[in-house]
Write a protein that binds this ligand. Structure first.
Ligand SMILES: CC(C)(COP(=O)(O)OP(=O)(O)OC[C@H]1O[C@@H](n2cnc3c(N)ncnc32)[C@H](O)[C@@H]1OP(=O)(O)O)[C@@H](O)C(=O)NCCC(=O)NCCS
Length: 185
């Protein structure tokens, strides 16, 4: 699917494929230290990428690529289900977790492309892709750092709500979005 950014650049949104791995490795290597600090659902070396996508029923990657250069300019992950590691904390908010109808989300956009609308477009693309699954809720992957204004605004803009706050390498929010209503639209 082709979309246009706020600065009128066409980008292509699609699911990640195994022949994207080299391009994805370059994308991850070129992220700034600041963005790497915010986004780390898996290690960035080639072997870890291959390992991570060995389970296509669980881990689904999405990319946006620049139509001119073919380079990946944004990368997001949906994990079907919740993170075992976050289970107790998420349950402490009163959530009843479900590995079939919950999913976990981690987004990233290349530094030079941030704040150009790519993150929003990619999120809407993912939402429409999730309609084909029976996913009712999207939970953030390990929460979001409280001082990450860009991301906190991004989630709020997309109707996520704060579940609670926890301390891990600083202060973080757990956030969630109910999409069960979207399926029936
Ligand atoms: C968070 C991130 C995915 C958002 O994607 P993006 O393409 O930069 O965001 P968009 O341009 O689509 O903007 C979407 C919303 O985010 C917020 N936002 C974007 N840039 C912002 C900025 N510079 N300051 C404050 N809020 C900002 C706004 O609410 C914006 O909505 P608006 O354009 O209607 O005002 C991206 O900035 C990113 O990769 N950041 C680094 C990695 C990261 O933090 N990942 C999340 C880890 S929890």
């Amino acid at each position: 699917m082709v979309v246009e950014t706020k600065n009128n650049r066409p980008v292509f949104l699609r699911r990640l494929a195994s022949n994207d791995f080299d391009n994805l490795f370059d994308y991850l290597q070129n992220l700034s230290a600041e963005t790497k600090k915010r986004f780390g659902p898996h290690m960035f070396d080639p072997q870890s990428i291959v390992e991570f996508y060995k389970y296509p029923d669980i881990h689904r990657g999405y990319v946006a690529h620049d139509i001119e250069t073919k380079k990946i300019i944004a990368y997001s992950i949906i994990r079907i289900g919740y993170l075992e590691h976050d289970k107790a904390r998420l349950q402490s908010y009163g959530l009843t977790l479900d590995n079939k109808t919950d999913c976990t989300f981690a987004p990233s956009v290349a530094d030079l492309w941030q704040s150009c609308g790519v993150g929003n477009k990619m999120f809407h693309f993912i939402l429409s892709d999730l309609k084909t699954n029976r996913i009712n809720r999207i939970i953030l992957w390990g929460g979001v750092q409280v001082d990450n204004d860009k991301a906190v605004n991004y989630y709020k803009k997309n109707d996520f709500r704060i579940l609670g706050q926890f301390t891990y390498n600083g202060e973080n929010y757990d956030m969630i979005l109910d999409i069960s209503g979207i399926h029936s639209r």
